[in-house]
Design a protein around this ligand. Structure first.
Ligand SMILES: [Zn+2]
Length: 210
């Protein structure tokens, strides 16, 4: 099992990678990992320029920090995911450009490419819009994530979880790329989506890859 120092280093590396990949601008994005009986999460007002391992906040699932620091305003959404999905060990939330573009239509990302199956189903759901940093948003995210490792947040962004920080980050980057490709496909013409059985085959193949 990783020590808290190791998790802090991994979180910091992931946060910087999110910035370098264009997933974060200014303070719009946060990352956490399960630690002890709670989580380590990026601090309120974090930025890629100022982040460091010791700034991550050690808090319980009620947002109470052990060290008096202030967790990301979206701590409740992270907590709700850890409580609902025992296999989730890391969570990534971003306002990346194409996820925001898709989430502003209110529509799910459909089965336009077999890689949509990598999130666990035949689409990536989009929640209705509700105010950020609320328990209502946390509940809607958990609902949209049933059987999925990522969802879009209506008129807001996206959130993903994974068995590891790398898996949660990869899901965020993959969803951003797929949303970009779907937006491009719509500009190119009428998009042909895959049939339910084709997506079921893709899901089965992903499942066999572990
Ligand atoms: Zn947000």
């Amino acid at each position: 099992m990783s020590s808290q120092d190791d998790i802090r280093r991994d979180l910091c590396r992931t946060y910087v990678e999110m910035g370098n990949s264009g997933l974060i601008f200014l303070a719009a994005g946060n990352v956490s990992a399960r630690a002890g009986n709670g989580m380590l999460i990026s601090p309120a007002g974090a930025s890629v320029a100022s982040i460091s391992p010791e700034l991550f906040v050690d808090c319980d699932f009620d947002g109470q920090a052990n060290d008096g620091k202030k967790p990301s305003s979206e701590w409740a959404m992270h907590s709700a995911i850890y409580k609902a999905f025992p296999h989730a060990h890391a969570v990534v939330h971003t306002h990346s450009n194409y996820c925001v573009a898709m989430a502003s239509t209110g529509a799910s990302l459909p089965a336009f490419h077999y890689m949509v199956a990598s999130f666990g189903g035949s689409d990536v759901r989009c929640t209705p819009y509700v105010l950020w940093a609320t328990s209502e948003l946390a509940d809607l995210a958990v609902e949209a994530l049933q059987g999925r490792t990522a969802c879009l947040l209506g008129n807001h962004g996206m959130i993903s979880h994974g068995k590891s920080l790398q898996a949660a980050f990869n899901a965020a980057l993959r969803l951003e790329t797929l949303c970009m490709q779907y937006v491009l496909a719509r500009q190119a013409g009428t998009v042909k989506t895959l049939a339910a059985e084709q997506m079921a085959d893709a899901n089965a193949r992903y499942a066999s890859y572990g």
